[in-house]
Design a protein around this ligand. Structure first.
Ligand code: NAP
Length: 228
């Protein structure tokens, strides 16, 4: 049975990925910053294959604590999904520097801590896959100003993933990046193009199709390659 670990799993794209992986027969480790706000996870079918772990991406010790509780079991797929938009002040003249630092921790550094904490679990699967959910706003090819905090912290996440892909080239782990589309969630808003079902099923299909030769690739939810 496939084992999948997903961060930011209590709502949005993360919650839908949990729902779909459970429906597909997988065992899912759903990581949430506040287990008291995991009602939607607890209402899903297939609770026998779901475990809920506390993991706050702003608190790196909580990541290593979760790893200690989970132990050495093989994990086939880790999805670094948790992320934040970075607050209201993201212009050149008004950017909130405290929000920038806090968002760098959550969007960029925490995914690296997750990756290295669960590296041996991924390797133990023999064909581990680490998917990092970034954004088209991270791409140098995306012509959009403003959003300084979000775009720079996601661009840095993309570089983290590229470094992991290169430095883990001899490990049985595929590292990739995903733009999930513009999705109707709290972050994407009601006017976004995609439903969570469409985005999550596309992300799952890409992960399923990936092999070691794909390490370092930047995908869109529909399987196309996103230009860097
Ligand atoms: N929606 C889009 O259009 C879109 C587009 C491009 C990229 N993305 C990316 O896709 C991913 C999922 O986004 P979404 O649209 O599903 O967003 P969302 O609905 O706002 O959900 C964000 C998730 O991240 C979690 N999270 C935030 N801060 C956290 C922390 N410190 N520790 C642990 N979990 C934390 C949230 O948990 P809480 O409930 O505890 O806050 C929530 O589960 C993000 O990385 C986002 O940047 C989204």
């Amino acid at each position: 049975m496939q084992t999948v670990l997903i961060t930011g799993a209590n709502r949005g794209i993360g919650l839908e990925m949990v729902r779909q992986y459970l429906a597909s027969g997988a065992s899912v480790i759903a990581c949430v910053r506040d287990t008291a706000r995991a009602e939607a996870l607890r209402a899903l079918p297939h609770q026998d294959r779901l475990s809920i772990e506390q993991m706050d991406m702003a608190d790196f010790a909580s990541i290593t604590s979760a790893r200690a509780r989970i132990g050495d079991r093989a994990i086939d797929i880790v999805i670094n999904n948790a992320g934040v938009a970075g607050g209201a002040k993201q212009g050149i003249d008004d950017v909130d520097l405290d929000d920038w630092h806090a968002t760098l921790n959550i969007n960029t550094i925490a995914p690296l801590i997750v990756a290295r904490s669960f590296k041996s679990n991924l390797a133990a699967s023999g064909n581990g896959k680490l998917m990092n959910v970034t954004s088209q706003l991270a791409a140098s090819t995306w012509p959009m100003g403003g959003m300084l905090i979000y775009s720079t912290t996601k661009a840095a996440l993309s570089k983290v993933a590229q470094v992991l892909a290169i430095d883990w080239k001899n490990d049985p782990i595929t590292v990739a990046l995903m733009h999930p589309g513009w999705v109707k969630t709290d972050m994407g808003g009601p006017h976004a193009q995609l439903t969570v079902e469409e985005s999550a099923s596309g992300i799952r299909a890409v992960i399923e199709s990936m092999g070691k030769a794909d390490s370092g690739k930047f995908y869109k939810w529909n399987g196309e390659i996103h230009p860097w």
